[in-house]
Design a protein around this ligand. Structure first.
Ligand SMILES: *Cc1c(COP(=O)(O)O)cnc(C)c1O
Length: 428
């Protein structure tokens, strides 16, 4: 067993002062039981806790650490930027460079605005879509997460054509009413919803490869269908690429699948590990934003020079090292290894993967949407999670989270992971 004395003491203290002891709920390990470890430092693919235990990390700070932790070029960029001052509240040159880099990688983006989190990016893109189309309703898909803004905290409606229920206390039903929640990968549900709600749907917002309920992929033609049907009804298609942007390809899911959304949301990787968000898209839509247009959106720290410098260093390194080819190779190797481990242990696992994102669901049936994902054996996942943690492998503390590879993962890390999984699965 690991020694966790210092983590345990810190968590006990944290519980006195911070709700649930954490500043973001999944960190509390509620879905798997037990208590979180506290990190002392992280470098490359490794995280070390305050008691000195080391883990191969597949959480990667929930996506941003695509180059591994504490990449020297990112750290150097942050230090250099900090020497010039940490925030100005007036334009700095990094913002222009960042906008140009995003535009060059995403041809769907004519203009882009920076903000401070993925939540802000999605919230602002929705407001913009509503202001531009002069319509109130939006479609989202169950299992897709777009941050915690009120009208997006709606997961499960009682039926495809009825009003959504708020997923959180404190969200007025009047807000949730404007959010229509449908199952992912179901074309008929979308068609029926447009037919039942003529000329009132502003936009569809979607994670093109949903990674917030584990990971499942769009069926062939599904994203094309979303693009067609929004255009046919005068609604906008918003790709939430906060997780997939610069990860599934340098040009994100939209490059990987060849789709041109009207608006896109970004975050995570583009901040190099610092707080960031961005949304961008068609110029005629983006020019609806203040100060040019009637849709208000702002931020004291938006375009923050440290975040921009860190993000630019990360994006430059990703491109310069052809990182996505390497991530694809690592992803395929991990998939093969973990699938083999599950098979030899006789444990039914659906291993879903797209590039460097993955999820192993403990179920014998394929997973294409949230309902399929819910069939997985979460008790089994809990045991697996803790077994892996004891073996020095840190997976996300929930069956319904994606895993992330970084360019810092080595073949040796994968071997350690696969042999640990083979051992742990035999005991499930
Ligand atoms: C993480 C995430 C968000 C929210 O971003 P925050 O920076 O945590 O606010 C939104 N959408 C998707 C797809 C995400 O993965």
């Amino acid at each position: 067993m690991r020694n966790l004395a210092r983590s345990e003491a810190l968590f006990a203290e944290a519980l006195e002062h911070i709700p649930g002891g954490v500043n973001s709920p999944v960190r509390a390990f509620r879905a798997v039981g037990g208590r979180p470890f506290f990190v002392d430092h992280a470098a490359g693919a490794r995280v070390r806790d305050v008691d000195g235990n080391e883990y191969v990390d597949y959480v990667g700070t929930w996506g941003p650490a695509i180059l591994g932790h504490a990449h020297p070029k990112i750290i150097a960029a942050i230090k250099a930027a900090a020497d010039h001052g940490t925030s100005f509240g007036i334009p700095n040159p990094f913002e222009v460079t960042m906008a140009k880099v995003i535009k060059a990688a995403y041809p769907s983006v004519g203009k882009v605005r920076m903000c401070n989190s993925g939540t802000e990016a999605c919230m602002s893109a929705i407001r913009l879509a509503r202001g531009f189309t002069k319509r109130d309703k939006i479609i989202k898909f169950d299992g897709c997460y777009h941050g915690h803004a009120d009208s997006l905290l709606v997961k499960a409606g009682s039926g495809a054509l009825t009003f959504g229920h708020p997923d959180s206390a404190g969200v007025p039903a009047d807000f949730a009413r404007h959010t229509l929640v449908l199952p992912f990968n179901d074309e008929a549900a979308v068609t029926a919803t447009f037919a039942a709600n003529p000329s009132v749907i502003a936009a569809i917002i979607v994670e093109p490869v949903p990674g917030n309920a584990g990971l499942y992929l769009p069926r062939p033609g599904y994203l094309e269908f979303l693009s067609r049907i929004t255009a046919a009804h005068g609604a906008l298609l918003i790709f939430d690429e906060v997780m997939t942007g610069f990860r599934l390809a340098f040009g994100g899911a939209q490059a990987r699948f060849g789709i041109t959304p009207d608006l896109s949301c970004f975050g995570k990787i583009i901040g190099g590990g610092l707080p960031v968000g961005a949304f961008g898209g068609r110029t005629d839509i983006m020019d609806y934003l203040a100060p040019l247009g009637p849709v208000y959106q702002a931020g004291t720290l938006s375009g923050n020079p440290l975040a921009m410098a860190a993000g630019l260093a990360a994006l430059e390194e990703l491109r310069a090292t052809n990182a996505h080819a390497r991530l694809e190779t690592l992803g395929a190797a991990l998939e093969a290894g973990l699938s083999r481990a599950a098979k030899s242990a006789g444990v039914p696992v659906q291993f879903n993967r797209c590039g460097s994102m993955f999820c192993g669901y403990f179920t014998s049936e394929p997973v294409h949407n949230l309902a399929d994902a819910m069939k997985s054996d979460r008790e089994r996942f809990k045991k697996f999670f803790h077994g892996m943690l004891d073996a020095g492998v840190y997976l996300a503390p929930s069956q319904f989270e994606a895993g992330f590879l970084s360019t810092a993962h080595t073949e040796a890390d994968l071997e350690l992971t696969v042999s640990a999984a083979a051992r742990v699965m035999k005991g499930l």
